[in-house]
Design a protein around this ligand. Sequence first.
Ligand code: HEM
Length: 553
Amino acid sequence: FWSGSRLRRAYARLPHPKGLPILGNVQEVVGFSKHKYVYEAQQKLGGIFVLKFLTLKFVSIGDPLMAHELMQISDTADKGWMYRPFERLTTNHRPSIFTSPTNVYWKAMRKGVAPAFNGSNLKQGFSRLNDLLPAVVNHIKRAGLGKSVNVDCVAGGVTMDAISLAIFGTTRGCTDDLTSDSKPELAVVAGQATDTIIATIAFPWVLKLGFIPAARRASQGLAKMKKQNQEMVRELRACNPPATSLGAHLLSLQDPKTGQPLDDYQMEAEMSTFFGAGFETSTTSIGWALYAIATHADVQCHVAAELQHHGLLASHARPEPRSLGWDDLGKLEYLRNVIKESMRLYTTASGGTLRTLKKDIKLGGYDLPAGMSINVPFYNIHLNAAYWDRPTEFLPERWNVPNAEYVQPKTEDTANAESEGALSNGMHESTPSTKDSNAGLRESISGGRQSDGMNAEELWKPEAGIKAVGQDAKARSSVRRFMPFSLGLRNCVGQNLANTTVLTFVATLCSHFLIDLAPEMGGPEGVAKLTTLTLTLHVKGGLRLCFTPRAQA
Ligand code: HEM
């Protein structure tokens, strides 16, 4: 009772947007444009405020300094009850690397699977990933001039196969079987099941309402998902995956509780996590990067010039350019900046991450007691005007500045913006602590190989990586404002695979085609109206683009 009333008082002290008496902000928070609503609330209320729906309340944090305090340097918050619904995706509601609190099980999983995503393993698998792309290029060419292509479906086929290659060493045949208007079956089932899970965070009783057709469909979607998970586990156990694959790493893991290999239920939890966490995120990231290129003619020219410079651009004279090699990835600096900028402006994981406070803390000038639920929406962080110049504009050149991922020293303009109130909450008065209480653990689980951001330089240019580690010491001790893959210990373990897949796919399409937004999308305004956030930020019904082969342009 006392802790409940303490929590209630703490939530009540924080600013909150107006809402309906009992429902609170439910309409807007589950609505089509929830990302915009939460962003607009931040613009009015500052970097910390409360959202309420029904009995559920959570603190929204859109300020990188506060996110840093919470996720990067302290162990005061952890993944908590809000991740339990994701465990319904598996037969026995088991925790996975994604849903588990930061405990011995999570540590064993993370340490065990991280090597599967390191540079040398990805390099070994790169040619198989690259081999998927001729089928995609041919599929798009077959669509014909002037016909639009649903990029989410095509990219979905590639990412499904890319994850399957990473796990099994073989594809699921999705790329050979592309149709412009449907996603791979596994993706459709996973999408339905995940939407159901997200709904159960807010409305835990939804699956019990079997008399409502939508609830019945949701339960059926979950059941299908479980069946697929079981089949994949059987397949993995039977297929003898390559030693460097994620599947081989999973098979060799021991459950720290039993000292035995993971049982089938636990394997289901992990397999569904890797497909679930990697599929839609990588697919929509590809879509948004291509959308940005299609709608910024100057950017498209610049990308083409870079590809041309490296002999990777198709033309009348050379309709088939040489195919992309692993070493090219490190050379495409401008295209990498374009992808980073699209990951900022169209943050795939816009909804961010969820934490429960383990201890009482003071954040942004407020006392937050243990037990509070926190959401860090990365969209708000990436568009926070106090930390980014012209945040709503697509400006790949902003990434030319060294350490652009980190909060930049204050200029007169940003200092004014802050003092004008958007973030006048006491955070900036204290120098952010540079003590990293988790540094030892982070090193031990990643073997020092994975950084906590978009680490293309380290991945594709080892010599630059070595240099950067020395220079990075200062940068590491400061605060990240770019976090498409989250922050701290619980950042994305698959980010190297994601970056490789997105860059390879986008580079290949740009080298073969001139890309335009399909007229039926209604221009950028039409796309903005159709943009919605469920698990990821995406275009409802799929993003449609037109592709003209460069050899015919
Ligand atoms: C562009 C694509 C991707 C984006 C934007 C992305 C983003 C993220 C984010 C934001 C988190 C933290 C989620 C949270 O705290 O709730 C996360 C975690 C995770 N991601 Fe990714 N992800 C991507 C691709 C992948 C891929 C390809 C895989 C693996 C096949 C993967 C596997 C995971 C796993 C296992 C976690 C949980 C890690 C942990 O808690 O230790 N992700 N990802």
